[in-house]
Design a protein around this ligand. Structure first.
Ligand SMILES: [Zn+2]
Length: 113
């Protein structure tokens, strides 16, 4: 399951930030998750409790910030939200690319010193 690996990486990253900073406890992780990302926040939450056990981050709260999907027209560079057929609302082109909504990353962590 790829959420398990993702969650392990999140923990590793959070510890990399927290340990040199002299933190005694990580209390929260702020994650950015795109609407089109294949990552399921429920699964990350589920694995989190398991992988963070017996670490500085045990019991830390996961905060998910959602990013809406946007698309950019390759013909006229109009950026628009998701529509039914992924067609540019300005020029009708179907040559569109995803501009946002696929991201998944750790934005910040909250620690106690
Ligand atoms: Zn267009």
């Amino acid at each position: 399951m790829h959420e398990l690996g993702i969650t392990q990486n999140l923990l590793k990253l959070a510890l990399q930030y927290a340990e040199p900073a002299g933190a005694t406890k990580i209390t929260g992780l702020y994650l950015v998750i795109g609407e089109l990302s294949s990552v399921m926040d429920d699964s990350v939450q589920f694995y989190w409790d398991f992988v963070s056990r017996d670490t500085l981050a045990a019991g830390a709260t996961l905060h998910f910030e959602r990013v809406r999907a946007t698309f950019e027209c390759q013909e006229c560079q109009t950026v628009f939200g998701r529509n039914e057929h992924y067609i540019c609302p300005a020029c009708g082109s179907r040559r569109v690319r995803i501009a946002s909504g696929e991201e998944f990353y750790l934005k910040s962590i909250e620690v106690e010193e």
